[in-house]
Design a protein around this ligand. Structure first.
Ligand code: HEC
Ligand code: HEC
Ligand code: HEC
Ligand code: HEC
Ligand code: HEC
Length: 336
């Protein structure tokens, strides 16, 4: 089957399962006896579309984010064998975190495949309440503060599989009280009806698929010292390892020598920052938050100039210039 067909087949399966699955949070928000107004005793929050009309700007930011696409993402479908591997479902199509508890692994749901990690997942509590950073008792959704919701245990439920939350806890950011959301939910100003502007927190969650975010992670420099190329990468902007999470990710430092005739040699890799796959040999060479790595490369005789590049790779097989590679920095240094 083509990928598109497989996605359609998966949607059909999930739609069918949604009809038969009748436990908590598996409904579509319109079932359950027709009580459909917030405030009615029998009303339940079960579908992100219920939040959409009142929180349109937040909805639009979330649309297209990796949270929203997490179950339909072709990269995930490929590796999970279209979610026939049931282990993959819990974080990519979850029930609300509070069902199992903040910091605990979520349970999988079967409905709303197009809503992945959604409003309900993060905001709705096991008694049906809406969690928020502030109490707004007058709002129809009656949001209320909960310390667990604004603690990073919300993220930990899904984002500690490869220790990102642990890495953050040990980072300079955590010591300075800079949490996941300070970097991943930047302040935004939203224009509402009637020219009203309201401040909020961005729900697009930029990360490894966002060039601007990748650009903030590190500082890179290169110089020549004693006939050697010295390249330095410092993790100054990621609140965890760089790269972090998925074992696919890699950061490469590559270089090439240029001679007096202007002839450039082949690019070769000086170093790769990466956590290898489980079955692969080698150690985790990701760069922890706040740390720097100095690389030294002996230059061939006759080198007058050296080109150096820093690449981010979404997967370890990506090559320079393809869609899974992002050029983060480029330097040309003259050999004195
Ligand atoms: C009928 C309209 C309506 C619906 C439906 C609704 N809300 Fe609200 N919500 C509001 C209003 C009005 C406010 C107060 C003004 C504001 O912050 O936008 C609010 C405030 C909030 C807040 C902010 C509290 C703070 O920190 O200031 C959160 C969080 C929230 N809603 C989440 C949700 C979620 C999640 C859903 C769906 C499960 C939802 N709301 C459904 C109208 C609604
Ligand atoms: C404990 C929660 C959890 C489970 C279980 C889980 N994932 Fe994920 N997955 C995540 C998180 C969180 C991310 C986002 C972080 C990242 O991109 O590295 C992610 C990202 C991914 C990505 C990267 C998507 C992209 O566009 O780059 C792939 C591919 C993926 N997961 C596949 C799988 C597969 C296959 C399984 C089952 C074997 C699985 N996941 C099980 C939490 C989980
Ligand atoms: C229910 C599980 C779950 C929770 C809770 C959760 N995430 Fe995610 N998150 C995911 C999954 C799964 C993905 C990747 C989906 C994909 O790429 O297909 C993801 C993607 C992301 C990405 C984008 C990664 C990229 O490569 O583009 C960021 C950033 C992120 N999450 C941050 C957070 C933060 C911060 C929190 C806490 C406020 C949080 N997440 C809570 C499951 C979760
Ligand atoms: C990955 C978890 C996550 C998801 C998914 C998510 N939110 Fe939020 N949301 C948060 C967090 C955390 C905050 C509080 C940020 C802060 O101020 O500390 C928040 C804040 C809000 C606010 C308060 C106003 C603002 O902009 O800060 C509203 C309204 C809101 N969310 C609505 C929604 C709606 C509607 C959806 C679905 C379209 C949604 N959220 C999806 C985690 C999430
Ligand atoms: C000081 C800012 C900062 C803090 C704090 C921070 N991050 Fe990040 N995060 C970044 C930057 C920059 C990137 C892009 C570079 C990278 O992938 O490491 C990133 C990338 C990510 C990604 C994408 C990883 C991938 O491979 O797809 C995820 C997921 C993520 N962060 C989750 C979190 C979580 C969860 C926390 C808190 C436990 C957190 N971040 C804390 C700055 C931060």
């Amino acid at each position: 089957m083509t990928l598109r067909l497989r996605v359609v087949a998966a949607l059909a399966f999930v739609a069918l399962a949604g009809v038969t699955g009748a436990w908590l949070f598996q409904g579509d928000g319109t079932a359950g006896g027709g009580a459909s107004q917030p405030g009615d005793a029998r009303f339940r929050w079960t579908n992100s579309e219920q939040c959409r009309d009142c929180h349109r700007a937040v909805w639009d930011e979330w649309q297209g984010s990796h949270h929203q696409i997490s179950y339909l993402n072709p990269e995930v479908r490929k590796l999970s064998d279209d979610f026939r591997n049931k282990e993959c479902q819990a974080c990519h199509l979850p029930q609300p975190i509070d069902v199992t508890g903040f910091g605990q692994r979520a349970l999988p749901r079967l409905t709303r495949p197009d809503q992945g990690v959604d409003c309900i997942t993060c905001h709705v509590g096991r008694s049906g309440e809406v969690f928020a950073a502030h109490d707004v008792p007058t709002a129809p959704c009656r949001p209320r503060t909960d310390p667990r919701f604004v603690s990073m245990s919300l993220c930990e439920s899904c984002h500690n599989q490869h220790q990102t939350t642990d890495q953050w806890r040990a980072s300079p950011s955590a010591k300075q009280d800079v949490d996941c959301n300070d970097c991943h939910m930047p302040d935004v100003e939203r224009s509402l009806a009637g020219g009203v502007v309201r401040k909020g927190r961005g729900h697009g969650y930029p990360g490894a698929h966002d060039a601007a975010m990748l650009g903030k992670a590190s500082e890179f420099d290169a110089r020549i010292e004693g006939g050697e190329l010295v390249a330095v990468l410092a993790n100054t902007g990621a609140g965890h390892n760089f790269p972090t999470e998925e074992r696919h990710r890699a950061v490469d430092v590559v270089w090439r020598a240029i001679d007096a005739q202007g002839q450039a040699g082949e690019w070769s890799r000086a170093f790769r920052f990466r956590q290898p796959y489980r079955e692969e040999p080698g150690e985790n060479t990701q760069l922890p938050a706040g740390e720097r790595k100095e690389l030294r490369v002996a230059l061939p005789p006759g080198t007058v100039k050296v080109g150096v590049r820093l690449w981010y790779r979404l997967n370890p097989y990506a090559v320079d210039g393809d869609a899974a590679s992002t050029l983060l920095a480029e330097r040309e240094v003259i050999v004195p």
